[in-house]
Design a protein around this ligand. Structure first.
Ligand code: FES
Ligand code: FES
Length: 210
């Protein structure tokens, strides 16, 4: 896709969540019922260990193959910045980076991140130094209830990682999958324009959204 987002359909999830989920390089918790295809290991239905990199550090979670990355982050690893809103790929509130690309974590199985790199909203700032998108969101008052904000920030940060000084049209496309019921979009556009080095503080966006 043009914004670099990995698209995973509901069908992909259901296919992957079947009784015999197949994943690469995940330690099997039991004997496979049939010889796995070359390069694949059969895992589940019980919990399996999933080692991965989380916000720059080695991490591991033990989950059944049916558990989504979103649920593993929130319910097993206590990282609740990633929001569960629609839970079926429609709102973008659960956006995280998987190997540097934004994904809806409610559509990714936790076992599929084995050996890979996940970044959540908790890992975006460097200590007390906010990511430029986070700082610009604060400056431009780009959150109201804030429920969509973590996912929105992740999508905007992903855009800036590949597109410096994006146009408003590029920003609109980057957040097209992030639904904000409070209508903060003009603030978001202004914030990202500024964070990207463009003309963010253009004086009009902020008040127009209220
Ligand atoms: S909670 Fe994942 S897209 Fe809505
Ligand atoms: S700030 Fe409330 S849903 Fe976006």
């Amino acid at each position: 896709m043009e914004d670099g987002r990995i698209r995973v359909t509901r069908r992909d999830v259901l296919r992957g969540a079947g009784a015999a989920a197949l994943v690469g390089a995940v330690a099997a918790g039991q004997e496979p019922a049939a010889p796995p295809a070359k390069g694949l290991a059969r895992v589940g239905p019980g919990a399996v260990r999933v080692p991965f990199t989380l916000n720059g550090a080695a991490a591991e979670v033990s989950v059944e193959p049916r558990v989504t990355l979103l649920d593993a982050l929130r319910d097993r690893l206590d990282l609740t910045g990633t929001k569960r809103i629609c839970d079926h790929g429609a709102c973008g509130g659960c956006t995280v980076f998987l190997d540097g690309k934004p994904v809806n974590s409610c559509l990714v199985l936790a076992v599929d991140v084995s050996g890979r790199e996940v970044t959540t909203i908790e890992g975006l700032a460097k200590g007390d130094d906010l990511h430029p998108v986070q700082a610009a969101f604060v400056k431009h008052d780009a959150a109201m209830c804030g429920f969509c904000t973590p996912g929105m920030v992740m999508s905007c940060a992903a855009l800036l990682s590949v597109t410096k000084n994006p146009t408003e049209e590029q920003i609109r496309r980057a957040v097209a999958g992030n639904l904000c019921r409070c209508g903060t979009y003009p603030h978001v556009f202004a914030a990202v324009r500024e964070a990207g080095g463009g003309r963010g503080a253009d004086g009009g966006a902020g008040e127009a959204a209220r």
